[in-house]
Write a protein that binds this ligand. Structure first.
Ligand code: HEC
Ligand code: HEC
Length: 345
């Protein structure tokens, strides 16, 4: 083994050891990018094999860790984000039981479960959903969703009616009702912020899925064809990797998606009864028990539409989405979620 390649591997070994000590499932840990291993082969996808029938779970929406990773960064290097006086090591940013809190003055005090979680399976909610509640494309936004809606989702993860084998099945199963309520009340009180920019294009920066399944640009200036998918990359990679709660994402979508999506959202995907405003509110920002879908990650929203289709999201409220997704093609899902990402949350 050459010295050039053994160094990153050594660093990775350190990161793995640190994460293992924190009790995390290393291969899919939402670690800081760069502290992610240069694995030779891709770790197994957390998702079940393809479903028979017309519906699919495309990889662009069900994010995975890529086999090829750029060189790892030092887990002990200190990072910061604009406007914060704090610094943290990469390893601290990746700690599942102590969410980095870059701007404690900008939010109400976090309940224990949001800030620290509870070992071994309840990871601190703010690690992935961020202290702004806006989350990353591989997780989800919670800011401003109703307590009732979030409590239903936690119950559905627990019962198995809603499946997320990557993360929330395990976390939701271990979370008590009291913890879920404390977290839901805290996230519900946060005002969601503008998080997405949408760019219609036919090529994107070359990109890969890091150890936490977030897609990041490959170092350098290479591009790759977009094709029939959505790719979401950070507006600022270093900030997103440091879990900066105020640094959003760019959704690269195929040309023509936004106008096509706008028409589907307005007129419905299967007749007027499926027009989104009927249930999601006049600005699609949600109601007491229906979630807001405006301004969210297009990839997160697309993943949910596929989940409704394949039956991996089948809680008591999901029946209302059945007719909406029944006839949606991959092109429709791309168009609708691209348009939703252009709206104010
Ligand atoms: C390790 C990362 C991670 C942590 C920590 C985490 N989540 Fe999640 N969460 C996710 C992912 C990934 C999803 C998206 C699941 C999917 O795609 O269906 C999600 C989705 C959710 C949803 C559904 C949102 C919606 O709009 O339907 C809720 C509610 C939620 N999480 C609550 C929590 C709570 C409460 C905690 C803390 C106890 C928590 N999460 C901790 C990764 C995480
Ligand atoms: C008849 C009522 C109804 C209509 C019409 C409807 N929805 Fe929904 N939608 C719901 C409900 C209820 C949920 C929550 C389901 C659950 O609890 O699992 C939901 C959930 C969703 C979610 C998941 C959000 C999240 O945070 O996880 C997305 C995305 C979505 N809808 C998109 C759409 C789009 C796009 C349209 C229009 C083309 C639409 N919906 C039309 C009732 C509706």
């Amino acid at each position: 083994m050459s010295t050039a390649s053994s160094r990153p591997i050594l660093l990775l070994a350190i990161v793995f050891a640190t994460l293992a000590a924190q009790g995390s499932d290393v291969w899919s840990a939402e670690t800081p990018t760069a502290a992610t291993p240069a694995a030779a082969t891709a770790p197994p996808s957390p998702y079940p094999p393809p479903v028979p029938g017309p519906y699919v779970r495309p990889e662009w929406a069900f994010l995975t860790t890529s086999a090829q990773q750029p060189a790892a960064e030092d887990p002990n290097a200190r990072v910061t984000v604009p406007g914060s006086k704090l610094t943290h090591t990469n390893a601290e940013v990746g700690n599942f039981f102590a969410a980095v809190d870059w701007h404690p003055e900008r939010h109400a005090p976090m309940p224990e479960v949001v800030a620290k979680g509870r070992k071994p399976d309840v990871y601190a909610c703010a690690v992935c959903h961020l202290t702004s509640g806006m989350g990353h494309p591989e997780s989800s936004h919670l800011a401003g969703q109703s307590v009732q809606y979030m409590m239903q989702q936690m119950a559905d993860f627990k019962s198995g009616a809603r499946k997320d084998p990557a993360r929330m099945t395990r976390i939701g199963t271990a979370t008590t009702e009291e913890e879920a309520r404390a977290a839901a009340e805290w996230f519900a009180a946060i005002k969601p912020i503008r998080w997405m920019k949408v760019v219609e294009t036919d090529k994107v920066p070359r990109n890969y899925g890091n150890g936490g399944r977030m897609r990041l640009p490959w170092p350098g200036k290479e591009t790759e064809p977009l094709g029939k998918r959505i790719v979401e990359l950070p507006q600022d990679t270093a900030r997103a990797v440091a879990r900066d709660p105020y640094s959003g994402f760019v959704a690269y979508v195929p040309k023509g998606s936004v106008a096509r999506g706008k028409a589907l959202v307005k007129n419905g995907t299967d007749g007027a009864a499926t027009a989104c405003v009927l249930c999601h509110g006049p600005k699609l920002q949600g109601t007491a028990d229906v979630p807001g879908i405006a301004g969210t990650s297009a990839i997160y929203a697309a993943r949910q539409l596929y989940n409704f289709q394949v039956g991996d999201r089948a809680g008591p409220q999901s029946a209302l989405m059945k007719a909406v997704v029944a006839k949606m093609t991959e092109d429709d899902i791309i168009a609708v979620t691209a348009y939703l990402a252009t709206l104010d949350p």
